[in-house]
Design a protein around this ligand. Structure first.
Ligand SMILES: NC(=O)c1ccc[n+]([C@@H]2O[C@H](COP(=O)([O-])OP(=O)(O)OC[C@H]3O[C@@H](n4cnc5c(N)ncnc54)[C@H](OP(=O)(O)O)[C@@H]3O)[C@@H](O)[C@H]2O)c1
Length: 267
């Protein structure tokens, strides 16, 4: 699996990351996290608002903390200066770790005191409680605004939705971040599990998958990964699905199949 540099930090992350939103069974999620690390998917994504997720990760990676890259996120409701510091402490406790690898503002609300959040991020960086910081769900204009309030290149990541029916970022955010030296992570490649099976477009994916001896999930990841420098965050709590998803990158879609997917799911 290829790696992608996180911003301009020199840190390399695998193109695939494992999410932890909305899992059903903690033991299965924990086992899948362990299996993911063993398969090279050592970047685990979570957030303070994902029920039970930080605890599951903390337990699962307790003895392999240094082999894992953990991203967590502060809820905008907590994103004052003090609130962010406190939220981070709680996340650290739940994750049973002394540092987060990447800490993001989960999304921006109209009254989010962004300057305070960023000041808290600076404090956390100086204290060594987080290694890197970034944002989530910011469009280009809000991202520019956040960058202008912070040190150059200090924000290293914007995590946003990216799937076949939401490809807008290919036009604006991805090119902008390439230029500005941030890494984009795309979440919900499988529409949070709400696969549009009844839509005719889904049949296109199924048809292509059948011809390659693959699954539609693999075709989706393979197609999205063609960006090369966007991290794809999927969630699974099934080791079988994990293996399937990790194996999604070892084939090349023919140009005519790329064109069919483009036609079915226009950017
Ligand atoms: N920053 C944000 O605001 C934000 C928002 C949403 C998500 N995220 C992050 O991104 C992660 C991924 O997004 P997501 O959780 O929304 O959904 P997703 O990855 O689009 O879809 C997850 C669903 O797909 C299923 N699945 C995965 N691989 C499969 C396979 N090979 N075959 C069949 N089913 C498969 C999973 O079921 P099984 O578990 O049974 O495999 C689960 O139901 C989240 O967990 C979270 O970490 C961030």
């Amino acid at each position: 699996m290829w790696t992608i540099e996180l911003g301009r930090t020199g840190v390399q992350l695998p193109v695939l990351a494992l999410g932890t939103w909305n899992f059903r069974d903690a033991a299965r999620m924990g086992a899948t996290i362990r299996a993911a690390v063993d398969l090279g998917v050592f970047h685990i994504d979570t957030a303070e608002m994902y029920p039970g997720a930080e605890e599951v990760i903390g337990t699962a990676v307790r003895d392999i903390r240094d082999r894992v890259f953990i991203t967590s996120k502060v809820h905008p409701r907590h994103a004052t200066y003090r609130g962010t510091l406190e939220a981070c402490e709680r996340s650290l406790r739940r994750l049973r770790t002394s540092y987060l690898d990447l800490y993001l503002l989960h999304w921006l609300e109209r009254d989010t005191p962004l300057e305070e959040t960023l000041r808290a991020f600076q404090t956390l960086l100086e204290q060594g409680k987080v290694r890197f910081v970034g944002v989530s769900n910011l469009d280009v204009s809000d991202l520019r605004r956040a960058q202008a309030l912070f040190r150059p290149h200090a924000l290293v990541n914007d995590q946003v939705e990216y799937n076949l029916t939401n490809r807008r970022i290919e036009r604006d955010l991805i090119p902008y971040c390439r230029e500005a030296g941030l890494t984009v992570s795309g979440y919900s490649p499988f529409w949070e599990g709400r696969i549009p099976r009844r839509r005719p477009e889904w049949r296109v994916l199924q048809d292509i998958a059948t011809r390659y001896g693959r699954t539609p999930y693999q075709v989706i990841l393979n197609f999205l990964a063609r960006q090369r420098d966007v991290i794809l965050i999927f969630k699974t709590e099934s080791v079988e699905h994990l293996r399937e998803n990790v194996a999604a990158l070892d084939f090349v879609l023919a140009p005519e199949d790329v064109a069919r997917i483009d036609q079915a799911f226009p950017p």
